[in-house]
Design a binder for this molecule. Sequence first.
Ligand code: ATP
Ligand code: MG
Length: 449
Amino acid sequence: MRLSRYFLPVLKETPSEAQIVSHRLMLRAGMIKQASAGIYSWLPLGFKVLRKLENIVHEEQMRAGHIPMLMPTLQSADLWRESGRYDDYGEEMLRIKDRQGRDMLYGPTNEELITDIFRAHVGSYKDLPLTLYHIQWKFRDEIRPRFGVMRGREFLMKDGYNFDVSKEAALHAYNRHLVTYLRTYERMGLQAIPMRADSGPIGGDDTHEFLVLAETGESEVFYDSAITDLKFGDRQLDFDSVEECRAVLDEFTSRYARTDETHDEALFNQVPEERRRMARGIEVGQIFYFGTKYSESLGATVQTPDGKSVPVHMGSHGIGVSRLVGAIIEASHDDKGIIWPEGVTPFHVGIVNLKQGDAEADAACEALYKSVTALGLDPLYDDRNERAGGKFATMDLIGLPWRITVGPRGLKNGVVELTSRRTGVSEELPPEQAVEKLAQIYAQYHTAS
Ligand code: ATP
Ligand code: MG
């Protein structure tokens, strides 16, 4: 993409309504624009990141055999009356009447709808295990929408639902989701710690929230610092193996890590004092096992091998996809702007032409643009007629992890400059070598944009 032809409405002033850094930077970098309280338009740069996160979520869900689909945002109130949640859910649910006077609602979550699909089409243990998921907009009429996309009213969520014949099978699905989430967040450049949590209006006994540590997080958390040494990495797992998934859950949940809702002072005090941490965190996902809560009220049953009809065991599993954009920025920025992790960056490299209109500099930038694109990478070429200082400030603000700077002086010596956004370290290299280095850096990341 050439910046002269892109739509990147960068703001010079710091917007006064934004209280936290991710919100400020998303507005300044032209990623989002508020449409009304807690509701945002995703401008091209923001949309690109959102799509990348969605792609990672899809890849990791499908890797575990979970099946993508799409349910609508608007739902009929009837199903929610059947489950008993229509009245329970309270004012967070946006209720709408259609022209026939029927009660509708903008879905805050999808347990009812998915259970209705299940009961219409599945009746035998032979069709299980089954996990269906979608990535769809949700609406919760939050009393205090704030912090930009972190606590919106309309927000994008991945929600997945497992259906299993028994509690043991459903707990395996729970563990399997925990594994997929660990890998998903790591691919986004984040450390998200699974913490024992409270189940809220979804219901159920077993639940973990995934928290990214950040001062601006809304949750208070207590943990054993040893947990931050754990890495999932590139483990290859058999997702059908009960033992393998269970072992990962044990490894990642055996240290003390809880939100204030489930915090237990006595247990916490058993952690050696020097490892006890109290901090704040951003909830970026949650997994639940809730058994037969919805299948009983909605009559979703399956035939067992011995011919009995039993309510199906379920769980639901959510990832806050749009909140993650803010969470990544909270975890990765400096005073100049965003620093995107390579796995989610909207463009892989910025090309800065220090002297637009200089025949040699222009030609070198064009050649770089072509060879970076030929690698399957996505460059953003700042081809505007602007001062170098302004170009650098824009690149730093929007946070591309790598920058190639091209100017007449360097070209005389046959070199361009490759700069890391994170460390600020620059290296002078012949253009081909700079491109080769980018190829190496991104080899370990999926490059789909
Ligand atoms: P919270 O406690 O932050 O209100 P929740 O526990 O009610 O969230 P879940 O039902 O667990 O939310 O939804 C799954 C994920 O969706 C959450 O982990 C969070 O990342 C995201 N999410 C929930 N509410 C919002 C919101 N208002 N804006 C953006 N993302 C949200
Ligand atoms: Mg939650």
